[in-house]
Design a protein around this ligand. Structure first.
Ligand SMILES: *Cc1c(COP(=O)(O)O)cnc(C)c1O
Length: 245
């Protein structure tokens, strides 16, 4: 049996994050790493967990639920689970019951169901609004012009905790092109924050602190633009065996 490449890969990604923070004058603790474990087994999550990685992202609800269940009774630090895939209405209850964060809110109906279904004994569910910054082929995400409208509705939902924005821009081949689209999401984030401060949501504005932007291939540009959470899959766990996005 060969040793897992995951500890070394994790170290490498952490170094990339640290270097980017240094280069763009960001405090290193201002960028969190979300390890995207989709398509990889619970054993791989356990290896990353043992290295101190705490936050994990899953795209497919069923797959995520089975890993959450199999890692529930480990002795190590409890993993924090982020749902980063699309959520059909019939899956909201399980998401509300088992995940800590949802990055992909793009309509009121999903948000309302998650708020209604969040179990009373758990803290409010942390949510991000997914925006569609480039009207890309990947059509999920709220149009930038509609984000504030959706945010106001979510801010009124008692069991959701609106933490910020998330985006999955179309892949770009140059740093400048990556930076341009990431920066447009950061601008929207700052506008939202201002809206919240002047429109009577000052208290919630204090927890509007998360910009989920950047993946393995563009995390430097995302950090340059102001990302506070990079979502890295293949850079940690290796190439995925089939085209799953
Ligand atoms: C798969 C995925 C990632 C990670 O992508 P990599 O290129 O493997 O780092 C990040 N965010 C979302 C929403 C994903 O689906």
């Amino acid at each position: 049996m060969t040793a897992s490449p995951i500890p070394h890969n994790l170290q490498h990604i952490q170094n990339r994050i640290r270097s980017a923070c240094e280069k763009y004058n960001r405090p290193p603790e201002s960028v969190k790493l979300l390890a995207v474990s989709k398509t990889f087994p619970a054993e791989d999550v356990a290896i990353a967990l043992a290295c101190g990685q705490q936050a994990f992202g899953e795209n497919y609800i069923q797959e995520g639920l089975s890993k959450i269940a199999s890692l529930r009774d480990t002795d190590s630090l409890a993993p924090q689970w982020h749902c980063i895939g699309p959520i059909q209405s019939n899956k909201t209850r399980q998401v509300a019951q088992h995940f800590d964060w949802v990055h992909t809110i793009d309509r009121e109906k999903t948000a309302q169901r998650l708020s209604d279904q969040r179990p009373a004994q758990l803290p409010a569910l942390n949510v991000l609004i997914q925006v569609n910054p480039d009207a890309g082929a990947n059509k999920s995400g709220t149009e930038p012009g509609q984000v504030w409208d959706l945010a106001r509705k979510i801010l009124a939902m008692p069991r959701l905790h609106l933490r910020g924005l998330m985006a999955i821009p179309e892949p770009q081949t140059t740093f400048d092109a990556q930076l341009r689209v990431h920066a447009s999401v950061k601008t929207l984030f700052d506008e939202m924050l201002r809206h919240m401060q002047v429109d009577g949501f000052a208290e919630q504005a204090a927890c509007f602190d998360t910009l989920s932007l950047g993946m393995t291939d563009d995390l430097e540009a995302a950090i340059a633009a102001g990302s506070t959470m990079v979502r890295v899959g293949s850079g940690i766990f290796g190439k995925r065996s089939h085209a799953t996005q």
